[in-house]
Every structure is written in C-alpha cells, then in structure tokens.
Design a protein around this ligand. Sequence first.
Ligand SMILES: Cc1cc2nc3c(=O)[nH]c(=O)nc-3n(C[C@H](O)[C@H](O)[C@H](O)COP(=O)(O)O)c2cc1C
Length: 249
Amino acid sequence: MDARGTEGTERAERTTRVDIGAFGIRPARIVHVELLGLVRLPAHGGARAPKAPKSSVSTKEIQMTTPRKVAVIIGSLRKDSLSRKLAHAVIAMAPASLKCEVVEIGQLPLFNQDYEADPPTIVRDFKARLESMSSVLFVTPEYNRSVPGVLKNALDIGSRPHGKSSWNGRPAAIISVSPGAIGAFGANHHLRQSLVFLDMPTMGQPEAYIGNAAGLFDEKGSLVNDTTRGFLQKFVDAFALWNERNATR
Ligand SMILES: Cc1cc2nc3c(=O)[nH]c(=O)nc-3n(C[C@H](O)[C@H](O)[C@H](O)COP(=O)(O)O)c2cc1C
C-alpha cells in the first residue's frame, strides 16, 4: 500500500496542479481503517476498501494569482494539544494555492445573546477575520463523543447575529484527532451537522479520523508517522481542489 500522496501532485508558487485520481479515495480509506484499528491488513496489503464514487473531475488546474486564505480552527486549548500539533503539520504541507493561518478561539467570551447586537471588540475582530477567509479547516479532539465546548462556542459566536453569520458559504474540512482508537468520529460528525446548518460545504472525502494520535509525534511535536503524513498530504491536496470548486472568494 502506498498512501504517501505525493504522486500526481506538482507544486509551483502560483500554479498548483492537483490530480484528484492521485488522492484516490481507496488508499485514504485504508489508512483510515488502519488508524481506527478495526481491521488488520494482511501482510501483503491485499485488503479491499469499499469502492468510492468516481469524481466528475479527473484532473484540474488550480491557477491563482493569490492563494486562498484558510482559517485553521483548533478545538483544543491545551498547551500540548495533539490536535494543534497535527494542525501545524497539515499547515506545513499545504499546497501553494492555500495560505493557512490558525485563528485562535480560546480568548473568545462565552456566547451570550444579550450582547450579540453590540458585541465586544474581540468578537468583532474574530468575525472580521473569519470574513477575510476563503475557507475553514477544523482540527478537533472529541469531548464526550461530541465537539469540545470551546469549539461550539466559537461556531455560535461566528454565526450571530442572525443573518450575519461569518461562516456563511465558506468551504470547510474536518480532521478529528484522538489518542483513542476511533479517531474522534463523534466529534467529527457532530461538527459536520452544525456546518450543514451554517451553510458551509464540507468536504466528504477523504474523511480524516486520526486515531492513536499520541504515538504520531516526536518529543518536539513533529509528525513522525509517514503513513499519516502521506494521508494528510492527500487530504490537504483534496481540500485545495475542494476550495477551487466551492470557494467564492
Ligand atoms: C472532557 C473530556 C472529554 C473527553 N472525551 C473524549 C471522547 O469522547 N472521545 C475521545 O476519543 N477522547 C476523549 N477525551 C480525551 C481526549 O481525546 C484527549 O484528552 C485529547 O488529547 C484531547 O485533544 P488534544 O490533545 O488536542 O487536547 C476527553 C477528554 C476530556 C478532557
């Protein structure tokens, strides 16, 4: 199995060519299954993944004069957060068509509808920053089989006042992260549910449930697992293409 994801992808400062066939859903799914620890692949790697629907786009040129700005929202405030380490690994491998920046959410107040008509500066700044972005990448742990409260709070703050949501229409992708075996599946899908209502077209494939995450990094916090690195490269390349299809700014 080769899930390294560099095949078929060229990088250039202004032009990124993404061959969707190269991130083929099949290897991504195999990685996903391995991460979940649900299926043991035979030594010869002969496991069959479910057939993914064929994309209507086989190859697409991404030609941009300026990269698309991606807000990276991390659902953990913890200093040694695995989600944060993973987010930084993904940012470092993003293609040139994406300019990823972490938008912090830990300083936001708890949402209170009493203040939504005249929100504090910190909330105004947060909303303005989101509105300057083309798309959003969420990297989150799971708390009690759902999204951490701090992330839900950020979603709620960005969504108000009614009719002035700062998330509106921005393409999104989700990476859920856990030291456990099931890769924060519950958080991933609860978040997906909110993003439907927020009208954020959310990438369906590849899915990213990063399980057993504590073993993926060295003591400096660098991602050291090549299979996961290869999978994440495919994921972020797919997200670049998802941006081209769905971003309006
Ligand atoms: C309040 C709380 C609830 C948790 N619930 C879950 C859970 O439902 N599923 C899970 O996989 N891990 C759960 N965990 C463990 C987290 O996955 C673990 O602490 C993880 O490292 C948090 O992500 P971070 O490293 O990015 O901070 C929970 C942790 C906390 C503090």
